[in-house]
Each structure stands twice: as structure tokens, then as C-alpha cells.
Design a protein around this ligand. Structure first.
Ligand code: PGA
Length: 260
């Protein structure tokens, strides 16, 4: 059962998928699915590619659906060819994913850079979804919790307790992303509990009680209810399954079922 205090948040990370036309269509389908449940308490966020942010924002206008970017560069403007700043995202979205393992892995982003991005997003009034997660090597060696909690302190260290309490963390074990092998609900709950304990140690109990921590990695309609039944898991960051409106809608419905 998810927390009575923290509102569950289900976010769809569309990654480098969908043309503008496809993104618009998918956003409309999700909107239609959510519209048939006006009583839903779960927060829903769609994170399309940058190019489609404007179209998706328009497609979900006045619906209870948020929009997020998948990345940002931590400077307002300047000679950073190909990059997009949080200042440019204001008005198009409310969230921005930072430190996804694909960015850490393929583009060499380290904790210090992720921290700059999170601070930059917060400075512009956007809520960062800060991703952490261990590799298969760490998982098998039993060093996953140490690695992930170090990512948390390393990626958030300069932020205030109030800032940390206001953001979203996504725990995504790398070995579970896109593999069809999600972490077990018990393991995900334990790791998210360890992350929350680290937040409590570093930023205090109030921040730890407020910060929402999602699980991500092969979340699907078939396993969402089991994962979201865990008390520490405040929602999901969904990749592949968020590209199918009916599957994504089923995951949102699972979050509703898990409400106290
Ligand atoms: P997946 O991706 O749901 O396709 O495993 C999750 C993510 O990378 O955010």
C-alpha cells in the first residue's frame, strides 16, 4: 500500500521514441484513458522527447496530466550546441528527468553533473526526477545499496532539505531496465527504504517523509500492483510500457488500487 502522505506519481519515459504526430496521438490516448476516471488521486506525467513537449503539453492541456522533459543542461543559455536548458522548458513542462542511467552510461554523466542539473531545474521551478540505480555487477556483488546511496548523496549534496523533500527520486536498477526482469517488490521496497533512510540521515526526517521515490525497470501492467503495494514505493517511472496507452492506463489504475 502506498503512503497516505505522499501522492503516488506514475511517469512515462518515452525515451527516444515517437515522432511529433505519434507523441500527440499517444498523449491524447492517455488523456482519454485518464478522463474516464475523474476520481483518480495518482499524479500522471508524460515525458516525451524535447521535440514533442509543445505538442504533448497542448494535447493534455486542462487535463490532470503533467509533462516532463527527459534531460536539461545546467546553464540558462549559451554556446552549448544541441542542449536545452531548464529556462527553455518553463511553460512547456513541470518535471525534468535528470541522471537517467542511459545518460550516465552513454553520455558519461556523473553525480556532480546530475546535481548541477537538479539544482538548475529547481531554480527554474521545475521538479527534477533524479534517477539512480546499480549495475548488474553491483547487484550480484551485494554492493547495490552502497552504490545507490552514494549516488543519492553525490547527486543531491548541495541541495537544501526543502529542495530534496520536494523532488522525485527514481530508483531504477540498470539490470531491470528494458529487460522484462523487474526487481522483486520486496527488493525494490528494501532499496527504496535504504534511499529514504539516507535522505533522513543527510537532510532530516521531514525531507525523507516528503520525498517521493519511484521504482523503475520493466514496470508493466502485470507487475505494477505488486510493486505499488509496497509501502516505500511511491510510484513508477515507466519506459517501454508507457508507449502503449492501455498498458500505461493499467499501471495508473494499479497505483489507484494501492491507495490506503
Ligand atoms: P523500462 O524503462 O520500463 O522500459 O524498463 C524504464 C526507464 O528506463 O525509465
Amino acid at each position: 500500500m502506498v503512503s497516505a502522505v505522499r501522492r503516488p506519481i506514475i511517469a512515462g519515459n518515452w525515451k527516444m521514441n515517437t515522432t511529433v504526430a505519434e507523441a500527440t496521438d499517444l498523449a491524447r490516448q492517455v488523456r482519454a484513458a485518464v478522463a474516464s476516471h475523474p476520481d483518480y488521486h495518482t499524479e500522471v506525467v508524460l515525458c516525451p522527447p524535447f521535440l514533442s513537449l509543445s505538442a504533448v503539453a497542448a494535447a493534455v492541456e486542462d487535463a490532470p496530466i503533467g509533462v516532463g522533459a527527459q534531460n536539461c543542461y545546467p546553464a540558462d543559455s549559451g554556446a552549448y550546441t544541441g542542449e536545452v536548458s531548464a529556462a527553455m522548458l518553463v511553460g512547456l513542462c513541470q518535471y525534468v528527468i535528470v541522471g537517467h542511467s542511459e545518460r550516465r552510461g552513454y553520455f558519461g554523466e556523473d553525480n556532480a553533473f546530475v546535481q548541477q542539473k537538479a539544482a538548475h531545474a529547481l531554480a527554474h521551478g521545475l521538479t527534477p526526477i533524479v534517477c539512480v540505480g546499480e549495475s548488474l555487477e553491483h547487484y550480484e556483488a551485494g554492493t547495490g545499496a552502497a552504490f545507490v546511496t552514494a549516488q543519492i548523496t553525490g547527486s543531491l549534496h548541495d541541495l537544501s532539505a526543502d529542495a530534496v523533500g520536494s523532488l522525485v527520486i527514481a530508483y531504477e536498477p540498470i539490470w531491470a531496465i528494458g529487460t522484462g526482469h523487474a526487481a522483486t517488490a520486496a527488493d525494490a521496497n528494501t532499496m527504496i527504504g535504504a534511499i529514504r533512510a539516507t535522505v533522513a540521515d543527510t537532510w532530516g526526517a521531514a525531507a525523507a517523509g516528503r520525498v517521493r521515490i519511484q521504482y523503475g525497470g520493466s514496470v508493466a501492467a502485470a507487475n505494477a500492483a505488486t510493486l505499488l503495494a509496497e509501502p516505500e514505493i511511491d510510484g513508477a517511472l515507466v519506459g517501454g510500457a508507457s508507449l502503449k496507452a492501455d498498458e500505461f492506463a493499467a499501471i495508473i489504475a494499479a497505483a489507484e488500487v494501492s491507495l490506503p
